[in-house]
Design a protein around this ligand. Structure first.
Ligand code: NAD
Length: 243
C-alpha cells in the first residue's frame, strides 16, 4: 500500500525541497495523494501557482488546506491529521518552535513523521518523541538532506578511505547571504524561538557525525543579538563548539 502524505507548512523549504521531492516519489509510484496544510489559504495558493514546480511536474497537484480564503487557521493541521487513516506520513515543515506540537499530534494519531531540522528545540522533547514513537511502532525521521550534497558524500568517502587521517579538530564557517534577513525568517527566527546555530548550524553537528561516524558529546553556543529589517531581534551571529 502506498502511503498518503500530509505536509504541514508551505513556506520556502516546502517549495524548494519537500514538495518537489514528494512529487518525484509520487511519479515513481512510491507515495499516494499529497495534502498541504498551512494556516493561511494564500500560502497554499501561492505554492499551487509556483511556476517552477508546475513546469517540472505537469499534471501533478496537491489538495489545499485551507480550501478557500478566510481567517488564519493555525490549528487546522490538527483536524487534517485526525482525518487521515492510521500509519500514513506527516511532514512537519513549520517554523522550528512548532515542530514539537506537529510531531506529537501526528504520533497521537498513529502517523509516521518526517520533520525538517532541527527536530525540536529541547533535548527532553526528543526523548519524549522517541518514547512515543517506539511505543506505537512508528518512524520519526529528521530530514537532513545536506547529507546528500556531493561535497558531503565526497568528504565521507575520503574520510572512510583514511585520506583525512583521524579526526581531531576542525572548523567550519558559514555566512548566509545578506538578503536572507529580509525573508520570512524575520517573523519567527527570533530570540524567543531559535538562533542562527540551531537553525543552520545543526547541519554541521549532523555532518560531523555523518562524515566521521563520531557522536557529538556536547554542544554549546554563544549568540549575539541583532535586529532583522522588521525590527525583531534574533541571534543572528552565533559561534558554537561541538565536542
Ligand atoms: N536545509 C534544511 O533542511 C532547511 C532549510 C530551510 C528551512 N528548514 C526548516 O524548515 C522549517 C520551515 O522553514 P521555511 O524556510 O520553510 O520557513 P517559512 O517561514 O518560509 O515557512 C514557514 C511555513 O510554516 C507555515 N506555518 C506557520 N504556522 C503554521 C501552522 N500553525 N499551521 C500550518 N502551517 C503553519 C507558514 O504558513 C509557512 O508556510 C524550519 O523549521 C526550518 O528550520 C530546513
Amino acid at each position: 500500500m502506498t502511503p498518503e502524505v500530509l505536509i504541514v507548512g508551505g513556506g520556502m523549504i516546502v517549495h524548494d525541497q519537500i514538495l518537489p521531492s514528494l512529487y518525484h516519489m509520487q511519479r515513481q509510484g512510491r507515495i499516494d495523494g499529497i495534502t498541504v496544510c498551512t494556516s493561511r489559504f494564500e500560502t497554499v495558493q501561492t505554492l499551487t501557482d509556483a511556476p517552477a514546480i508546475r513546469r517540472a511536474f505537469p499534471g501533478q497537484s496537491f489538495r489545499m488546506l485551507p480550501g478557500s480564503a478566510g481567517d488564519r487557521q493555525p490549528e487546522l493541521y490538527r483536524q487534517a491529521i485526525a482525518e487521515m487513516p492510521p500509519r500514513q506520513i506527516v511532514v512537519a515543515a513549520v517554523p522550528d518552535q512548532l515542530h514539537y506540537d506537529v510531531i506529537m499530534e501526528a504520533l497521537r494519531h498513529d502517523q509516521h513523521v518526517l520533520a525538517v531540522k532541527p527536530l525540536v528545540l529541547r533535548h527532553q522533547q526528543s526523548v519524549e518523541i522517541a518514547d512515543e514513537a517506539r511505543r506505537r511502532g512508528l518512524l520519526v525521521a529528521a530530514e537532513y538532506h545536506k547529507r546528500f550534497d556531493d561535497r558531503s558524500l565526497m568528504a565521507r568517502r575520503a574520510y572512510r578511505e583514511g585520506r583525512f587521517g583521524e579526526f581531531r579538530l576542525g572548523t567550519a564557517c558559514l555566512f548566509e547571504k545578506w538578503y536572507y534577513r529580509h525573508s520570512n525568517f524575520q517573523n519567527w527566527m527570533t530570540v524567543e524561538h531559535s538562533d542562527a546555530f540551531t537553525y543552520i548550524g545543526c547541519h554541521y553537528v549532523d555532518l560531523l557525525h555523518y562524515i566521521t561516524g563520531l557522536l557529538p558529546a556536547a554542544v554549546s553556543v554563544y549568540g549575539i543579538r541583532d535586529r532583522f529589517p522588521n525590527g525583531s531581534e534574533g541571534y543572528l551571529w552565533t559561534d558554537a563548539r561541538v565536542i
